[in-house]
Design a protein around this ligand. Structure first.
Ligand SMILES: NC(=O)C1=CN([C@@H]2O[C@H](COP(=O)(O)OP(=O)(O)OC[C@H]3O[C@@H](n4cnc5c(N)ncnc54)[C@H](OP(=O)(O)O)[C@@H]3O)[C@@H](O)[C@H]2O)C=CC1
Ligand SMILES: O=C1O[C@H](COP(=O)(O)O)[C@@H](O)[C@H](O)[C@H]1O
Length: 596
């Protein structure tokens, strides 16, 4: 298997265009992988994010052989307790064009420990994503995967459990079984308590055996309920962090349930970790069309000039699922749809949509712009929210349960399973533009999309051809995140013929028609980024604070006033109150027409 250094299809530093058919990604990294081509990084001074303790081993390689030591190392800025740092290196003159740069290629290893390995998310998403990365040769040459949980399991039992959820992509099936066996052979299990330093010390011992004396880089994925995050981080950090490489921790949401609990969680984690070791995951940021949002905006001249209050009338962020909380009611009842979807997934999309152009594609530059937008927003007001809860419904002889029919949900629960909200960004670009959010479970379809409604054409020559409903004639840009990923623009055109009848048509980029390649799951992208130390798609603590500041007051008010949700039937389009909310802001939901 080739190592990260040779698997340039996973990340490319080249600025030249990749062929559309290739699986290569554009890296935004300063750099985090073990090999970079100097040809792509002129001038010869390069920054390398690496293990600072590995400094004596940093050697440039010429024509595949170790040739010389580096000329100088500057700006050594270890950025955390565990030696994850940044080196700026100048190469000797003779390596001007030809050298490639290798940092401990054969001397380092990555161990990925899935904490909570027996759980739903681990089985459904994390192990399959790791396998997909392995299949694509995106994991480093030396890697080991450990499952950690309280359940008693042997390595063989873990492998058996994982194997049930591994699949190969439709377009990549070559040697699938063989690859699966190879992957499973790199997976191991350790049973332990989440709050036991001893149990994590046992894990540490096993990890060391697998690392075989190489520089050890360790990634812990906390796929456990939030009440045990801190205990697990404490034990992992004190007993199982790397002694000579980096240690990173991926934390799953929920990151608290309001500003105070979120800040307390951050403080608790920071007792054991530096901010740049914490990778707060929001899997929506790993979705292909969300990742494409910045490309659409900043690499197409036609969109950016229109991206403001001058041309945009409303922006709508819509999430719907056609199933209820099935199986997760216990978790959900403590959070509700606003915390589960709006405060994180939809708000993250909003921030990427509305931010100013970042200075660069560097993680900190992008996150700085996102924070600025979030901090320019008005905290959500009670009159700008409506909430709903699904009730049972029988259709075609089939009975669908209501939210409170779930045995893990209290019968008198007022937790919203649906919400619609109007948010505002009080800055020069977006002043007065309603950003409408709508999220719900047990609705009539499963969809996530961004809908940009443009203003009416002033003095429209063709008004009379549209009739009275001018809204039917406004342009609309739709970014469909899922399913059937697509970007389409609704335009007006003349119906061919001798008359003058106007029609609406879509200029449509449907991904499945344009690309034969299967789109990677969000977790693949995010796991690869975490291994590579790329933080762009993870939530920084100040972003999280700003996000909670927008929703905490209204969440408290809803709970203190015990606001009763509007009930809607399972499988419907949700409560009618959502329409009144939009109407109060002089807009209509764009997802309700017959042709969408
Ligand atoms: N499932 C999903 O689709 C999503 C999940 N998440 C988040 O990811 C994390 C993991 O989710 P998920 O896999 O569904 O969670 P689970 O409820 O399946 O929990 C994962 C594992 O944690 C252990 N565990 C469960 N409850 C407790 C407890 N009370 N005390 C100690 N250990 C416990 C169990 O392992 P054992 O008993 O073997 O120790 C379990 O297998 C959570 O933070 C969740 O909010 C986020 C987005 C989506
Ligand atoms: O984070 C969550 O997301 C899922 C929806 O994710 P998707 O990738 O399938 O769209 C949602 O069902 C869950 O309630 C929420 O916690």
């Amino acid at each position: 298997m080739s190592s990260l250094s040779s698997s340039t299809h996973c990340r490319s530093y080249s600025s030249s265009a990749c062929p559309a058919s290739s699986s290569c990604n554009y890296g935004h990294h300063r750099t985090a992988i073990s090999s970079i081509s100097l040809k792509q990084l002129l001038p010869r001074k390069v920054s390398v994010q690496s293990n600072t303790k590995a400094r004596p081993n940093v050697v440039p390689i010429k024509d595949g052989a170790v040739a010389a030591t580096v000329a100088s190392i500057e700006n050594e800025t270890p950025s955390n307790k565990l030696g994850d740092g940044l080196l700026s290196i100048t190469l000797p003159e003779e390596f001007k064009d030809t050298a490639s740069f290798d940092i401990n290629k054969d001397k380092s290893t990555v161990s990925i420990t899935v904490v909570g390995a027996s759980g739903d998310l681990a089985k459904k998403k994390i192990f399959p994503a790791l396998f997909a990365l392995y299949y694509e040769d995106c994991l480093p040459e030396h890697f080991t995967i450990f499952g950690y949980a309280r359940s008693k399991m042997t390595d063989a039992e873990l492998r058996n459990m994982i194997s049930r959820t591994l699949t190969c992509r439709i377009d990549k099936r070559e040697n699938c079984d063989e690859k699966m066996d190879q992957f499973l052979n790199r997976c191991f299990y350790h049973s332990g308590q989440y709050d036991s330093q001893n149990n994590f010390a046992e894990l540490d011992k096993k990890l060391k055996e697998h690392e075989g004396g190489r520089i050890s880089n360790r990634l812990f994925y906390l796929s456990i309920p939030p009440n045990i995050f801190t205990a697990a981080v404490r034990c992992a950090s004190l007993s199982a962090s790397s002694a000579n490489g980096w240690t990173r921790v991926i934390v799953e949401k929920p990151f608290g349930r309001d500003s105070e609990s979120s800040a307390a969680l951050t403080d608790a984690l920071k007792q054991y970790l530096e901010e740049d070791q914490i990778f707060r995951i929001d899997h929506y940021l790993g979705k292909e069309l969300v990742e494409n949002l910045s490309v659409l905006r900043f690499s197409n001249l036609i969109f950016e000039p229109l991206w403001s209050r001058q041309y945009i009338r409303s922006v709508q962020l819509i999430f719907s699922e056609d199933f209820g909380t099935e199986g997760r009611g216990g978790y959900f009842d403590n959070y509700g749809i606003i915390r589960d979807i709006m405060q994180n997934h939809l708000l993250q999309i909003l921030a990427l949509f509305a931010m100013e152009t970042p200075v660069s594609l560097d993680a900190e530059d992008i996150r700085n712009e996102k924070v600025k937008v979030l901090r320019s927003m008005r905290p959500l007001q009670l009159e700008d929210v409506i909430i709903g809860q699904y009730k049972s419904h029988t259709k075609g002889g089939v009975s669908y349960p209501g939210y409170t029919d779930d045995k893990t949900v209290p019968k008198d629960s007022l937790t919203p399973t649906f919400a619609a909200a109007a948010l505002f960004i009080d800055n020069a670009r977006w002043d007065g533009v309603p950003f409408l959010m709508k999220a719900g479970k047990a609705l009539h379809n499963k969809r996530a999309e961004i809908r940009v409604q443009f203003r009416h054409v002033p003095g429209n020559l063709y008004n009379r051809n549209f009739g009275t409903d001018l809204d039917q004639a406004t342009n609309e840009l739709v970014i469909r995140v899922q399913p059937d990923e697509a970007i389409y623009l609704k335009i007006n055109n003349k119906v061919p013929g001798l008359g003058m009848r106007l029609d609406r048509s879509n200029l449509n980029l449907l991904y499945a028609a344009r690309y034969s390649k299967e789109i990677p799951d969000a977790y693949e992208r995010l796991l690869l980024d975490a291994v590579e130390g790329e933080r762009r798609l993870f939530i920084r603590s100040d972003e999280l604070d700003a996000a909670w500041a927008l929703f905490t007051p209204v969440l408290k008010e809803l709970e203190e006033k015990a606001i009763i949700p509007e009930y809607y039937p399972y499988g419907s389009r949700g409560p009618v109150g959502a329409h009144y909310l939009a109407a109060r802001h002089n807009v209509r939901w764009c997802d309700l027409g017959l042709e969408q």
